[in-house]
Design a protein. Structure first.
Lengths: 386, 119
């Protein structure tokens, strides 16, 4: 293999470039990114960066002395993959010919239909998004967060600390019930009320009101929530439109095997755009976690370099963390697989819970709130037993 | 040298944190080796003694950067700087740590606190 093109320059793309060099690939390496920025870390965008306690320089994912001997094509989006011609087409008209391709184009924040062009309405995915939102939050006022998931909850927590009046609206009866289950979703989202942040659940958003700038969020039940700033945190969709017509199998992202291989030879996919087969679950599962973007490229690059001749290992249970209102929330495994949840240490009311999810008596997931030591022990055990 | 704990009280696979400033931890690997490194991850305020010890590496309990206990080197982000390593001596069943004289790489939040700024 003489040229590898990595399409995507965030954590998954950078990790893939690193894996290539670490695994001995010494050919030409081209990294394409649609943002102008060098790879940066996204988790702080809703936390320390938004709060103003962490600067842009500290978001850099590369070390000062790191040299991957890569050609960086930044600020240009990939618009097509021609597998037969072994070429990626870029929005600026350039083409990159390569023998191997790593697809790492990530995901984009979902928006609220009808909110386009209305000032004061934000999504949060990129550094540019975070800069814009940070500047608005600094002016204070009333913030309404649409969506009680992790991004929404972290923004609410940061804005609360900055002194804004915050309301979180969640369409489901319990926030975070998907990733954490009903019981623990209620415990973690209870952090909002603990701090006087209003949480409105079980009601959808009908639309936004305002002339050139948003002034309220209109709910399905007829209520209207006054707002100076609105953050829409309603999930993300994989950036794979550019692959339509390429012949690659798409299904909730790029459909991949348990080792990152796609339906096309010499093409692997990693990170939020990739829907990997999960051998534990017995079906495909697209994981949007930071740790997946960081760890899975090792396996995908081994697959790419060996041209599919390696046996995929069983990945560690998916892991993610969140910081809200000064509480470290950690979760590993799959809550949906569980038939019971037990509190093993701490308490739900004390917001220092260590909860273990089990199916037929076997642990399948673990949640910790400010319990890093115990959490790590359970996470290790989960990896060893499942 | 600073006394840490008795060797008999530190089973393999476990870590012992010394509450000095900045804190230092002694790790007893599954292979029976002893290592001491700075306890605080260089990325954020997390105790590596609470982390995932595997072979000669410990993974930060929060964000998955792995530190090599032998060299202090970090393998991947979010941490970018190594931790200091310290010499470990065992005498009469007691573990002692000889602290490094190098400057520690503390995360920004801790450095700010030590400098008297906001945490």
């Amino acid at each position: 293999m003489r040229t590898v093109a990595v399409v995507g320059a965030s954590l998954a793309g950078l990790s893939a470039a690193r894996s290539l060099r670490k695994q001995g690939y010494d050919g030409r390496l081209v990294v394409v990114g649609d943002e102008l920025h060098r790879p940066y870390d996204r988790p702080p965008l809703s936390k320390e960066f938004l709060a103003g306690t962490l600067g842009e320089a500290e978001l850099a994912l590369e070390s000062d002395d790191e040299d991957l001997a890569a050609e960086w094509l930044l600020g240009t989006r990939a618009v097509g993959l021609d597998h037969r011609g072994r070429t990626v087409r870029l929005a600026d008209g350039r083409e990159v010919r390569a023998d191997g391709f790593v697809l790492a184009t990530g995901a984009a924040a979902r928006t609220l239909p009808g909110s386009e062009g209305l000032a004061g309405v934000h999504t949060l995915r990129t550094l540019d998004d975070a800069r814009a939102l940070r500047d608005e939050l600094a002016r204070g006022g009333r913030l309404v967060v649409i969506g009680g998931g992790f991004i929404g909850a972290e923004v609410a927590s940061t804005a609360y600390a900055l002194g804004l009046e915050v309301t979180v609206v969640e369409a489901a009866p319990t926030p975070l019930a998907g990733p954490l289950g009903e019981a623990m979703g209620a415990v973690v989202s209870g952090l909002h009320a603990d701090h006087g942040v209003r949480l409105v659940c079980g009601v959808g958003v009908k639309g936004l009101s305002g002339e050139s700038r948003v002034d309220a969020v209109l709910l399905e039940d007829g209520r209207s929530l006054p707002a100076d700033i609105v953050v829409v945190g309603v999930g993300a969709r994989p950036n794979v439109e550019w692959l339509e017509g390429s012949g690659i199998a798409l299904d909730n992202g790029v459909k991949c095997g348990a080792d990152g291989r796609t339906s096309l030879a010499g093409v692997v996919a990693v990170g939020d755009c990739a829907n990997w087969y999960d051998p534990r679950a017995g079906h495909h599962r697209r994981v949007e976690h930071w740790t997946g973007a960081r760890e899975r490229p090792d396996a995908a690059i081994a697959t790419l370099l060996a041209q599919g001749a390696v046996e995929p290992g069983v990945p560690r249970p998916p892991y993610f963390w969140s910081d809200q209102y000064g509480v470290k929330i950690q979760f590993a495994g799959h809550a949906a697989a569980a038939d019971s949840v037990t509190v093993e240490a701490g308490s739900a009311d004390g917001r220092d819970v260590l909860a273990v999810y089990r199916r037929a008596g076997d642990p399948v997931a673990v949640l910790g709130m400010n319990q890093p030591r115990l959490f790590t022990r359970w996470r290790k055990q989960l990896a060893a037993t499942s | 040298m600073i006394p840490a704990c008795r060797l008999a009280d530190l089973p393999r696979g476990e870590a012992h944190r010394l509450d000095i400033d900045p804190p230092v931890s002694v790790f007893h690997t599954d292979d029976g080796e002893l290592f001491a490194i700075d306890d605080t991850c260089t990325h954020q305020d997390a105790s590596l003694a609470d982390g995932w010890l595997e072979g000669c590496e410990v993974e930060c309990p929060l964000h998955a950067s792995k530190f090599d206990l032998r060299t202090g080197a970090v393998d991947a982000p979010p941490a970018k700087l190594p931790v200091r390593t310290h010499e470990v001596v065992v005498e009469d069943g007691m573990i002692y740590v000889q602290l490094s004289t190098a400057a520690p790489n503390l995360p920004p939040c801790i450095s700010a606190r030590l400098a008297g700024g906001p945490a």
